[in-house]
Design a protein. Structure first.
Length: 419
């Protein structure tokens, strides 16, 4: 008779487990990997029932591999797709099965989303080299890299429809016409991203010797007007009301309160909140290291109010998990937030909960509100720029448009008398 499982599988199964299920989990090509997978489910806080469903399905996948004489080296995205089709045909495919198989594939191929079933094309190789350049040499975020890659992919598809790139054939007209076509169908903000991405790619080609001329100079500039908009902000009373509406008797409320304080008191960007790790907080010195744009680390003073909220969350409410991120998801998997969108959604929910109406509801609303409040209290633009970690004074200059007291002092009289 088969004996009791050893950890970590026994966290999800008891002594009365079906012998066939036990054999499917402890034998076959995935045996060692299933133990690792079960450990990750445990570390990421999955409920026992959820873990059982995933592991039973993966045990069936393990038997399917064995019956098809497949080894772990032969598992790729095509293999997984074949199994999903067979499971769907048998009427056994459940919601979540595909996601669990994708996680197993990432476990088998660390650092690789999937194992390509065919060799990458020439343009795909170029895109991967460009992504490596952006990540390693430019230090850009994954979100920016994704944005730039999308633009360059479209540019390559137009210039080289046969997927045989000869970059020496790119002309100035190819570049300008592509930008013009893109600008006609997207907003000005996104058109600027097209221009920036294309210039970055062309400089990358020049750097690696793929072209002899600096074609980046051929990329046309999108017409924009400096300081054309006014920062959207909330009065200090409304910001405080949003903070007060957090239910700090719950774990999620403590977490959200600490996040909102970082946005409202220190002016952190959403991505900077997501990236915070436990090592970034120096409790003895009262400092927090913020990793901003370009992955530059800057130390900032941790105020008593913000520090107390973070300590309360970390001591009382943060789930036990292996992640070193400060802020953890409320539900399994218990890991850090995937990207800044989660923080923007959190802010939107906080505004709704407080009944605060605002045309802009992203995390930058708190950043703009902090800068405006400082300006009203007499802070200089230089001091605001230092707190918000702006690299250029021009970036901070937009807040001069909300300094109504100073603007009134230089306003010219209305023709014909008061109005």
């Amino acid at each position: 008779m088969l004996g009791r499982m050893e950890t970590p599988l026994n966290h999800f199964f008891n002594d009365r487990i079906n012998p066939g299920t036990l054999e499917a989990l402890t034998g076959g090509p995935l045996a060692a990997h299933l133990k690792t997978y079960a450990q990750r489910l445990h570390d990421e806080g999955y409920a026992v029932q959820t873990g059982q469903l995933q592991l039973r399905m993966l045990g069936h996948f393990n038997r399917w591999l064995q019956s098809n004489c497949l080894t772990t080296d032969e598992i790729n995205s095509s293999t997984v797709e074949r199994y999903i089709r067979s499971r769907r045909k048998a009427g056994k495919l459940r919601a979540g099965d595909a996601a669990a198989l994708a996680r197993m594939l990432r476990l088998l191929r660390p650092g690789q989303v999937e194992m390509p079933s065919s060799p990458p094309s020439a343009c795909q190789i170029v895109l991967r080299q460009f992504q490596h350049y952006l990540r390693q040499e430019r230090g850009l975020s994954d979100a920016t890299i994704t944005c730039y890659t999308s633009v360059v992919s479209a540019f390559l598809a137009e210039c080289f429809p046969a997927d045989i790139p000869d970059f020496h054939q790119i002309s100035a007209s190819d570049v300008t016409e592509f930008v013009q076509r893109q600008a006609e169908r997207i907003t000005t903000k996104h058109a600027r991203n097209v221009v920036t991405a294309l210039r970055s790619f062309l400089r990358h080609l020049l750097h690696r010797g793929a072209i002899d001329t600096d074609m980046a100079a051929c990329v046309p500039t999108i017409a924009t007007w400096s300081l054309s908009s006014v920062p959207k902000f909330l009065p200090a009373e409304q910001i405080q009301h949003v903070l007060d509406c957090c239910d700090r008797n719950t774990a999620i409320g403590k977490r959200d309160y600490a996040i909102l304080l970082l946005l409202a008191r220190l002016g952190l960007r959403a991505g900077e909140v997501v990236a915070l790790t436990l090592e970034d907080i120096d409790w003895e010195a009262g400092l927090i290291t913020v990793r901003g744009k370009g992955k530059r680390g800057v130390q900032m003073p941790l105020s008593v109010e913000v520090g107390a909220a973070m300590a309360d969350y970390l001591r009382q409410s943060r789930s036990d998990c292996s992640s070193r991120r400060v802020f953890i998801r409320g539900k399994a998997p218990l890991v850090g937030f995937a990207n800044s969108i989660a923080i923007c959604s959190l802010v939107d929910r906080a505004l709704q909960r407080a009944g605060v109406e605002s045309p802009n509801r992203g995390s930058h609303l708190f950043r703009h509100s902090l800068a405006t409040q400082m300006l009203n209290q007499g802070a200089s633009l230089c001091e605001i720029g230092d707190l918000l970690r702006h690299r250029r004074p021009d970036t901070t200059a937009i807040y001069a448009k909300v300094d109504l007291v100073s603007l009134r002092s230089i306003a010219l009289p209305w023709p014909g008398g008061e109005r």
